[in-house]
Design a protein around this ligand. Structure first.
Ligand code: PEP
Length: 251
């Protein structure tokens, strides 16, 4: 049985000017010095990555990007490559977040290319998948996630290269969460998919839950079977809440 240390990752999204981003990073760094049963990661907006990296130095909190371009460099105005994230101090990159799939039209093929780009730059790719409310209501959640995994994940994954985040689209930023039974069902389904795709190499790949995780529900969500941590949006913008979620990880 492979041990998977939980990961609690904060996705700041498009929030944070320099002063409040730095105050948040310092607040997290200070509290992160206590021991936690999980690894911690923050993904600030690109403009703050370097400064947040300085503020987190020595705290053990890892740094990630919220997206990356598939190409290493070139004429892609506004793009940020995985190599640039790595150069700025990142160890992780979120790819395929539903806000990018749905508002930027990113396809599974795009997410797969970005995952390969993250790997090329030596980053851990956090690949997000999840169904919409209509898809769940139509009984199609498992099939949707299976198709996203098949299309977004390249061959050759292992625990040091890949984290999967299951984020039901309808639970992101809404305060709604699936039942614990639905969370456990989806996570065990994803684990199965990883096992049949990658065999033993997939056993250590962590599967995070994301969607309205707060201090009030973190303990039960993180204790659900096959949940290896959380991807946190709104609550990661308050140091005390983010660390309270981290503190809810099972020892
Ligand atoms: C997210 O954006 O990945 C997310 C899970 O957001 P929230 O926690 O705010 O629902």
């Amino acid at each position: 049985m492979v041990e998977r240390k939980p990961l609690v990752a904060g996705n700041w999204k498009m929030n944070g000017l320099r002063a409040d981003g730095l105050a948040l990073a310092r607040g997290i760094a200070e509290r992160a010095r206590q021991r936690h049963a999980c690894e911690l990661l923050v993904c600030p907006p690109a403009t703050l990555i370097a400064a947040v990296g300085d503020a987190l130095a020595g705290s053990g909190v890892a740094l990630g990007g919220q997206d990356c371009h598939a190409e290493p460099k070139g004429a892609f105005t506004g793009g940020i490559s995985a190599e640039m994230l790595q150069d700025a101090g990142c160890s992780h990159a979120i790819v395929g977040h539903s806000e990018r799939r749905h508002t930027c039209g990113e396809t599974d093929a795009d997410v797969r290319a970005k995952t390969l780009a993250a790997w090329r730059a030596g980053l851990v790719a956090i690949v997000c998948v999840g169904e919409t409310r209509l898809e769940r209501e139509a009984g199609g959640a498992l099939a949707v996630v299976a198709a996203q995994l098949a299309g977004s994940l390249p061959d050759g994954a292992s625990a040091d290269k890949l984290v999967v985040a299951y984020e039901p689209v309808w639970a992101i930023g809404t305060g709604l969460t699936p039942t614990l039974r639905d969370v456990a069902e989806m996570h065990s389904f994803i684990r199965h998919q990883l096992a049949s795709r990658y065999g033993e190499a997939g056993q250590g790949v962590r599967v995070l839950y994301g969607g309205s995780v707060k201090p009030a529900n973190a303990k039960e969500v993180l204790a659900a079977e096959n949940v290896d941590g959380a991807l946190v949006g709104g609550a990661s913008l308050v140091a005390g809440q983010f660390l309270a979620i981290a503190g809810a990880c099972r020892p």
